[in-house]
Ligand binder design. Structure first.
Ligand SMILES: Cc1ncc(C[n+]2csc(CCOP(=O)(O)O)c2C)c(N)n1
Ligand SMILES: [Mg+2]
Length: 277
């Protein structure tokens, strides 16, 4: 589906928990983290925690090992692979950090499924310490959005993606998220887009309380199995609508499930593929 962009939040959407807390807890630094939390911004605190762990002798490999153990529902990995194989453009917008996300995606062998990852920058310095900084430098150039944390306005990122898609002929977006930071981007979606808030999580509460403000169609999900079912259903629905809207493209019926479409055939397909399930 060359015309469909699927944007994923990462923590508590792709993986089952918050990666920052997972690393801090697993490496035994929870008490210090909780003690310092009221005193500094989140990214500065994470950077400081990485300094502390480095001073205690914890290596980058120790951090990677913890990240590789992060719980994830197997159907989420399957869903990502299927959406990618169907030709959707998959992206991540996350308030975690690049190192944590890339380590986990590499481990799951799904990094190649994503065309873009937007998150807080991170790098390993010359001493082998992980450095983490905010996506937005809120001292020199604050984003000015009151809905979002100072270091990242996901709504601004979505608007930037929307502007670039207009040039690429991609029209439809599906946005999946769980947290309060996913509310602002949900408000930026257009009428023909879809938002998939995780049920009983903060973004779901916010969307339920402000339904009138959300233009996109709302489809909730609870776990990986439901995420897979709902997301692939929406991709199917969009592809049918887009093929019905187009009088120039041929369409093809494939009497099989998504996972059995041979890649060689799929690549040779016309731009719009109708899948019967
Ligand atoms: C005021 C304030 N409190 C807490 C945080 C940190 N924070 C909140 S949710 C989350 C996980 C995001 O990952 P994802 O976007 O992938 O769900 C993080 C790191 C913040 N930035 N500002
Ligand atoms: Mg999240």
């Amino acid at each position: 589906m060359a015309g469909i962009v699927v944007v994923f939040d990462f923590d508590k959407t792709i993986i089952e928990l918050d990666s920052d807390n997972w690393v801090v807890d697993e490496l035994g630094a929870t008490d210090l983290f909780n003690q310092l939390l009221p005193t500094m911004p989140w990214n500065s605190l994470m950077d400081m925690m990485m300094k502390e762990l480095h001073a205690q002798g914890k290596t980058i490999e120790d951090i990677k090992e913890v990240l590789r153990k992060a719980p994830i529902h197997p159907r989420i990995v399957a869903a990502i692979r299927k959406a990618h194989a169907l030709g959707c453009d998959l992206r991540i917008v996350s308030d975690a950090n690049m190192f944590f996300i890339e380590t986990i995606l590499d481990h799951l062998c799904i990094r190649n499924c994503f065309s873009e990852i937007n998150s807080n920058p991170s790098y390993v310095d010359e001493h082998g310490r992980l450095r983490i900084s905010p996506y937005v430098d809120f001292h020199s150039s604050p984003h000015g959005c009151s809905l979002c944390p100072p270091n990242m306005c996901k709504g601004m990122i979505i608007e930037r993606i929307q502007a670039s898609l207009a040039n690429e002929g991609k029209q439809r977006m599906i946005y999946l998220g769980d947290g309060s930071g996913d509310f602002c981007p949900s408000l930026k979606l257009h009428e023909k887009d879809f938002v998939m808030p995780r049920k009983n999580f903060p973004v779901w509460d916010l969307i339920c309380e402000n339904r009138g403000l959300v233009k996109a169609e709302i489809h909730e999900w609870t776990d990986g199995e439901e995420l897979e079912h709902v997301m692939l259903g929406l991709i199917d629905k969009i592809s049918i609508e887009e093929s019905d809207n187009s009088n120039t493209v041929q369409f093809l019926s494939i009497d099989c499930k998504f996972e059995t479409i041979p890649i060689a055939v799929h690549e040779a397909l016309p731009p719009v593929l109708r899948v019967h399930r």
